[in-house]
Design a binder for this molecule. Structure first.
Ligand code: AP5
Length: 192
């Protein structure tokens, strides 16, 4: 199973990706987690991306592709992946397709987690209070949501036309969303 999780900030991509990966026995790869690790470790990549992430802007495509290439290739060889947070633009999706196609590791399903804006803001402000995540402030949350609408939302049409796009209502309790995702993926899996 090679799956992409698409959704606005706070929609539950990370939360669901862990559970889906465990259920299907594949690896979870999060572009945000990998980039945050570089920042925390103070690597040269971390120093390049820190300001973008603090502002809630997208990190340049070349850097993201560099960070993800090896984990995605390794996961493909090991049986598949749930990719959370990448791609985020049509350009990233096209570039990823070219690389993955050559390796026979193209995406099979794209899953969109749909959650309304008020609930997204509520979740991220709550997390900001609990964990102090640097981009969970009101101002940066608003900017991240704008970036999603402008840069990432158009990608839904891209996947609807190419791979299978499955939309799931993510504004329900965590376990209910997971159950719904698994049922839909099992149905789609029979056709891929
Ligand atoms: P990234 O880490 O991908 O952040 P994001 O998209 O803003 O997503 P979040 O982590 O905020 O939310 P999520 O959808 O994973 O939800 P979660 O499960 O955490 O990216 C961060 C930054 O890195 C970007 O701004 C950018 O700078 C850079 N970046 C990353 N990828 C990039 C790319 N491809 N290109 C360029 N730049 C890139 O849940 C959120 C909260 O809600 C949690 O507290 C959780 O416990 C709670 N929650 C989850 N599900 C539910 C539920 N069903 N009910 C109630 N609460 C829930």
């Amino acid at each position: 199973m090679r799956l992409l999780l698409i959704g606005p900030p706070g929609s539950g991509k990370g939360t669901q990706a862990v559970r889906i990966a465990e259920h299907f026995g594949v690896r979870h790869i999060s572009s945000g987690d990998l980039l945050r690790r570089h920042v925390a470790e103070g690597t040269s990549i971390g120093r390049m991306v820190g300001d973008y992430m603090k502002r809630g802007d997208l990190v340049p495509d070349g850097i993201v592709m560099d960070v993800l290439r090896k984990p995605v290739e390794a996961a493909s060889r090991a049986g598949g992946y749930v990719l959370d947070g990448f791609p985020r633009t049509v350009e990233q999706a096209e570039a990823a397709y070219l690389v993955a196609h050559r390796l026979g590791a193209s995406v099979q399903v794209a899953l969109y987690l749909e959650v309304g804006r008020d609930e997204l803001v509520r979740r991220m402000l709550a997390r900001g209070r609990e964990t102090g995540r640097a981009d969970d402030t009101e101002e940066v949350i608003n900017h991240r949501l704008e970036v999603f609408d402008q840069m990432t939302r158009p990608m839904l049409d891209y996947y609807a036309q190419r791979e299978k796009l499955v939309t799931v209502n993510g504004a329900r309790p965590v376990a209910e969303v997971t159950w719904s995702v698994i049922v839909q993926l099992q149905r789609v899996r029979r056709t891929i």
